[in-house]
Design a protein around this ligand. Structure first.
Ligand code: AMP
Length: 209
């Protein structure tokens, strides 16, 4: 079974995908993470992607699709996976459609722009294991230190307010219309994320039974 976690930046796709991935034993595949990794490792695709990411713009489809294909070919994706941050354009959705991968549910995670802005600018990520925290909503036990592995917590460059505004505009213009694409396929389920994390998680899990 494969799922898409859809929604604006900062709505909690990564956090929820990580939790569901643990519960269901299927990998969480974030194209944002794949891209950041490609940048960090100095891969040629990463070099091309970097300038778009810094500006809060979408990376060209061919780069993202190439990286995703390489990831999905790995053994651990054979029995399904969770896509986080993909697709973000109609042509990405069509590429996924043409790839013979069956998506069972698209979870449409929803929150207002104000909520999302607060969530993103307060977000902190573990440099070692990728665990996600929030300075107010999900604070680490020790300031700046990961609960899971004691790694250092950092703020993503593109989580700063000016870039977040750009990313939100891009989401509304280019990505949000994809809802209609999946609604027409009858696999879109709306999830209100303006409530406590355990409630959101239970709502999602109730659809996986
Ligand atoms: P995320 O971690 O999902 O917020 O993604 C961080 C950045 O990576 C985005 O602002 C984009 O620049 C880029 N990115 C991630 N996924 C995609 C995608 N599916 N298509 C284009 N760009 C992407």
């Amino acid at each position: 079974m494969s799922y898409i976690f859809f929604g604006p930046p900062g709505v909690g796709k990564g956090l929820m995908a990580k939790k569901v991935s643990k519960k269901r034993g299927i990998p969480h595949i974030s194209t944002g993470d794949l891209l950041r990794n490609a940048v960090r490792e100095g891969f040629s695709l990463g070099k091309k992607a970097h300038k778009y990411m810094q500006m809060g713009m979408l990376v060209p489809d061919d780069i993202v699709i190439k990286l995703l294909k390489l990831r999905i070919e790995k053994e651990d994706s054979k029995h399904g996976f969770i896509l986080d941050g993909f697709p973000r354009t109609i042509s990405q959705a069509k590429a996924l459609d043409n790839s013979n991968i069956q998506i069972n549910i698209v979870f449409d995670l929803m929150a207002s722009d104000k909520t999302v802005m607060d969530r993103i600018t307060g977000r902190r990520i573990c440099a070692h294991c990728g665990a996600i925290f929030h300075i107010k909503n999900v604070p680490p036990e020790i300031d700046g230190v990961c609960n899971e592995c004691l790694g250092h917590l950092y703020q993503r460059e593109d989580d700063k307010p000016k870039t977040v505004k750009r990313r939100l505009e891009e989401y509304h213009k280019v990505t949000a219309p994809l809802r209609d694409f999946y609604r027409a396929k009858n696999i879109l389920i709306g999830i209100n994320t303006e409530r406590p994390i355990p409630d959101i998680l239970n709502d999602i899990l109730s659809h996986l039974k």
